[in-house]
Write a protein that binds this ligand. Structure first.
Ligand code: ATP
Ligand code: MG
Length: 290
């Protein structure tokens, strides 16, 4: 029978031929304050990377309020939960979104990880390990704030994109989040995206504030990936349940995303996506979570 799992395996076999980069990179998108635009960013950034020839699998890792599927107008049949608690494979739970985007829907999956037996946990790790080399990027859209699960995910990832708006509360929360992740004793690689900027100047000033504080008080560099304009088309697209880069391809927000995707691919990778691969990442994450 030619079912969804078989169709996906075929698609992914093609991915393997198309893949351009080295190892599969694991990328998290997070913020200190909620509602700053992480999910919209994750979805549209993944679509923009695909346009530039990269293969991306997006994970909705927001524990409390998973909603990536809602943003795509796609009713997800399966989520991480089905992999953990029922007998589904990774190929069963990958969903096909707009423009052929592959994604895994959220739900209560992530905190279920804490209550798994070792055998279940190993099954989970083995299943995700099947993705090794099949995608250029695994992108995790996390919830806001800092749960232990999210912090473990961020600390284990190759890099983390921190999304903030120019609002002072969002800026201080972004800074606090980076500080907290570092207190886990790890050296995460942060990149910054300023969303909802009135203009380029406001976006740059926001980035400068964060970069300066990070340099002075944490001794780390937080390079700016780019700025996305405050654009009413984003909210319009959300109401239409269509990613804004698809619904409004000529909008300011879309232009921002496109230039961020290009900047991201141009930036040298600070942490190599080699040793341990997906398995190494997951073992590290689980260790930190416990
Ligand atoms: N560039 C933008 N211009 C205008 N409005 C925006 C922009 N980005 C996001 N928004 C608005 O902010 C809302 C929240 O966005 P989104 O759901 O992506 O945030 P989030 O950070 O994922 O939230 P949560 O913390 O709850 O997961 C959107 O529904 C939209 O109305
Ligand atoms: Mg979100």
């Amino acid at each position: 029978m030619y079912d969804q799992a078989e169709a996906l395996r075929n698609l992914i076999r093609n991915n393997e031929r198309l893949r351009t980069g080295r190892g599969t990179r694991i990328l998290t998108v997070t913020s200190g304050k909620g509602g700053v635009g992480k999910s919209n960013f994750s979805l549209n950034f993944a679509l923009a990377l695909q346009k530039l020839g990269k293969t991306v699998l997006v994970f909705d890792a927001d524990i409390g309020m998973a909603n990536l599927d809602v943003l795509m107008g796609h009713n997800a049949t399966y989520s991480i939960y089905h992999l953990l608690k029922q007998d589904k494979t990774i190929w069963d739970i990958i969903q096909l979104g707009p423009q052929g985007l592959h994604f895994v829907a959220g739900g209560s999956g992530m905190n279920e990880l804490l209550q798994l037996s070792d055998a279940q946990l190993n099954k989970f790790i083995d299943q995700l390990d099947n993705l090794q080399g099949k995608y250029d990027y695994l992108l995790f859209d996390t919830g806001a704030g800092l749960s232990k699960e999210a912090a473990s995910l961020i600390a284990a990832a190759h890099e983390t994109i921190v999304v903030t708006t120019p609002e002072p509360t969002a800026i201080t929360d972004a800074y606090a989040l980076m500080k907290m992740v570092r207190s886990f004793g790890h050296e995460p690689t942060f990149r910054l995206v300023v969303n909802r900027a009135m203009d380029a100047r406001e976006g740059q000033q926001t980035a400068d504030k964060i970069a300066m504080a990070a340099r002075k008080f944490m001794g780390i560099e937080v390079p700016l990936l780019g700025i996305i304009a405050d654009d009413p088309n984003v909210s319009r697209a959300v109401r239409q349940q269509t990613p804004f880069t698809i619904a409004y391809p000529a909008s300011d927000a879309t232009k921002g995303i496109q230039s961020i995707a290009r900047a991201y691919l141009d930036m040298p990778a600070l942490r190599e996506a080699t040793s341990g691969g997906i398995k190494g990442f997951l073992h590290k994450m689980v260790r930190l979570m416990k």
